[in-house]
Ligand binder design. Structure first.
Ligand code: B4P
Length: 344
């Protein structure tokens, strides 16, 4: 039975047509990337590198600078208030949202769920945000026949650049005989799917070196009426763990720190989700910076999708290894047996 979250059957066709015409008209800057598949310490990674080192990345940077500069009245520019018409796929979805194309896409048809009225990116997601995002993800998978991932960058250290609530969606890299990519949380969620119950501590991969992360399976059997509650409950379990992990990390840093500099009080994390699971990763920095090299990591980095904006960055990534990059922008994984659920 149709309800306010029902996604039109024409959704993905409209999205495809809009993407093609926005690229053609120049309203959307699509920079195709070269991708390579890697397996490091049993984890699949896909590195995307933007080719034409000088032209395309600068085109993105210049366009963004132009678009994101403050408005004459001094208020921060909000590109989603209102979104540019050529990028709009669904002007209204589930009453309070719209669906728009990413103006600076690296993979085709990258799209965003945005609130129509500006709401902060740093606030916790609401059950309706999760339900709307889940329905869109499911519709994109079904209508395109390709698997997508949804993600949310929350807080200043998460990679978020626009303070207007937005959840993003990308098609996952496909696997072939020789090139394999499987997001590493897949097998953990599959293993625990049947026995995991609401209120249980989220699942983590017990592996070092690794970064702190929290996974909950999503039950696709939940009926339409229950999905709101199901997603909201499991997300709040993740959020609780994120807050505890950040608090523990800050206490440890306070004990070991020799400086009196004020510490950041922000709560930053990435949320990544598929139809089968949700994962939250607490963040401590938006970029990896070392030796004059800066590699930005957003939510999809946590499932092994890393973007290098130059050959130099790509070589650096290969040389240092992806886990060095990821560990530097997150909280190192420790198996804290004393942690209990909801102890924030
Ligand atoms: P945020 O949550 O703020 O941050 P982000 O995805 O990390 O994007 P950022 O802007 O920092 O991009 P970056 O250089 O790291 O997301 C804001 C979103 O709104 C972005 O997708 C942005 O492009 C989009 N946007 C900005 N202005 C807009 C407008 N006027 N209308 C519509 N949309 C607008 O990376 C460059 C791009 O590559 C980003 O799109 C990023 O999501 C994507 N990307 C990063 N890593 C990737 C990977 N491994 N594989 C594929 N794509 C990847």
């Amino acid at each position: 039975m149709a309800n306010k979250y029902t996604v039109p059957e024409s959704f993905f066709n409209v999205l495809t047509t809009k993407f093609d015409s926005a690229v053609k008209s120049g309203d959307l800057v699509f920079t195709p990337s070269e991708i390579s598949y890697h397996k490091v310490d049993e984890i699949d990674y896909v590195y995307s590198v933007l080719p034409g080192l000088k032209s395309k990345p600068n085109q993105i940077a210049d366009k963004k600078k132009e678009d994101e500069s403050p408005t004459p009245n001094g208020k921060d520019f909000d590109p989603f208030d209102p979104p540019a018409e050529p990028l709009v796929v669904l002007p209204t979805y589930a009453e309070k949202y719209a669906v728009v194309l990413n103006k600076f896409a690296v993979v085709p048809k990258h799209f965003l769920l945005i609130t129509k009225k500006r709401e902060p990116q740093s606030a916790p997601l609401e059950p309706s945000d999760l339900t709307a995002a889940y329905h869109l993800l499911r519709a994109a998978n079904k209508q395109s026949g390709k698997r997508h991932i949804g993600f949310f960058n929350c807080g200043v250290d998460s990679g978020a650049s626009i303070d207007h609530r937005h959840i993003q969606f990308l098609q996952l890299p496909e696997s072939t005989e020789t090139k394999k990519y499987e997001p590493w949380p897949d097998h953990i969620a599959a293993k625990h799917r049947n026995e995991y119950t609401d209120g249980q501590k989220p699942i983590s991969l017990n592996k070092t070196p690794f970064f702190s992360h929290f996974i909950v399976p999503i039950s696709s059997e939940s009926c339409e009426q229950e999905i709101d509650e199901h997603l909201g409950f499991r997300y709040s379990t993740l959020l609780s763990r994120v807050l505890t992990c950040i608090r523990n990390n800050q206490s440890t840093n306070d004990m070991t720190s020799t400086t009196t500099a004020p510490r950041s009080s922000s709560i930053s994390y990435n949320l990544v989700f598929t139809e089968e699971w949700m994962m939250a990763v607490p963040r401590t920095a938006p970029d990896y910076i070392d030796d004059g090299v800066k590699i930005g990591v957003n939510a999809v980095g946590t499932v092994g999708l890393l973007l290098a904006k130059s050959e130099n960055e790509l070589n650096y990534l290969k040389e240092k290894g992806p886990m060095t990059i990821l560990q530097n922008v997150t909280i190192p994984f420790t198996d804290r047996k004393e942690d209990v659920d909801y102890d924030y």
